[in-house]
Design a protein around this ligand. Sequence first.
Ligand code: GLY
Length: 570
Amino acid sequence: MNPLNLRNLLLLPFLTLLACTPARKLAVYPFQYSVQKKAEATHGAVVSAHPLASQVGLAILKKGGNAFDAAIATQLTLAVVYPGAGNIGGGGFLVGQTAAGKTLALDFRETAPAAAHRDLYLDAQGAVHPTKSISGHLSGGVPGTVAGLFETHRYARLPFRDLIAPAIELAEGGFAITEHEAAGLNHFRDSFLKYNSRPTAFVRATPWKAGDTLRQTELAATLRRIRDEGLPGFYGGETARLVVEEMQRGGGIISAADLSAYTAKWREPLRFAYKGYEVVSMPMPSSGGTLLAQMLRMTEGYPLAAYGHNSAAAVQLMTEVERRAFADRAEHMGDADFYPVPQAGLLDSAYLRARMRDYVPGRAGSSTLTGPGAPRKVSEQTTHLSVLDADGNAVSVTTTLNNSYGSKTVIGGAGFLLNDEMDDFSAKPGVPNLYGAVGGEANAIAPGKRMLSSMTPSIVLQNGRPWAVVGTPGGTTIPTSVFQSIVNLVDFRLDPEAAVNRPKFHHQWLPDVVYVEKGFPVEVRQQLEAMGYKLEERPQIGRTELIQVLPGGRMVAIGDGRGDDAAAGY
Ligand code: GLY
């Protein structure tokens, strides 16, 4: 247990009285909760970035909902209690498996508005504008989350109105914010003021502190329109009118026609074998599943487990496979509806073996010498939640506004933050985006196109049944964090808590740097430097939400120790 903090717990009873919210109706206590990092369960488990969201998911499971119901309710709750990344103004991906064994991949990624074009973010001299793709109205793609939620509902049991009710109540009645949330809202105060001409719920006269109440009445009204009108409650009518008005106030280009044209798309899940397990992950327009498959399979010819977890030999091998996969990402990956991604070639066994020919154990590789391959032409803020129920329904959802609090623009009158996902396109070949990722033709901006993602919601199957449900936020570090979490479980046989929380590392081809997380063993850093690697420390890499099924069928859900992430189960 990691209590919100003592001072605030002491305050909470008073806040509860003052707020008079219908906590019992919600089955959660918006002003009195703590962060539970681990939950063991036999009936069902939920893990997400916020304790209230995980508890709402748990309440839905207890009410008779399945993992899909719980995922929808958890996601909607995150849109209220975790405004930095939970969202209805963003997009994402879902990977699932039904109790009957059907695997699913749902793409609710944002699209470029019809008025977008390849050079949208270039000035007259051809230089990329430093902020327009990252903050403010022009950085937003057409949101996909609400369409994704309604598609997900095809596999749910309970009425949608029951699943959205907790989110409405939390938005209307408010909830006590965590210390992390208070810090985030204070940090971005100036941006909220800069990118909004109307007052927003996120700015107030005095700094936020843990335990303060955040009420979002405009967001509650939008959620009620979604409840009452379904998809048109978001993509048409009053909400669409408010979006268009906001665009006009701030120079954005999302139109009513863009909103009404948006559709979430079911994709063929990416499936591949790894050491006796089968991994199910996300295909394009997320690079995540393809990178994960490439990285896991490029390690296969080497005795990774014998090297030892986070040993210099293991980290070097994994760094070199990350380098090669990310070089391919920059050159070959984008929305496959718009660009001929050589998908089969990228995953071809002979190709992946050939990619490792210039790997030299004990000596640092080079991103200048090792660029993208030539596969056969065949053909920091996001959030993740994992849910598993006793019937075997498994749901892995990663969703995002892109940067923390997205574009920082709140749709006036509708109360939700717009994403800044346009920055995930390649604004100009070779020019890095927010995450330092480069790209080219494959990921150039085009109207209606989906920007390349790194999100990697995944399920690992054993004998066809869910064995691990896993995913994380973290921009380009997402595929490498999922890669390392799976290797930690499968190769190094770490327990799920250690698999999530041990320090991680990341290489993405360019820049040619190994990022190591704070706390990474000093002697391993020194050994890597001696091999010729350039290292940089990052305060954190990823926030992994993992559910693993133990022998005998018990589930263990682990919320990452790096944030407010919380597990729930029964
Ligand atoms: N916005 C981060 C990603 O989609 O990868």
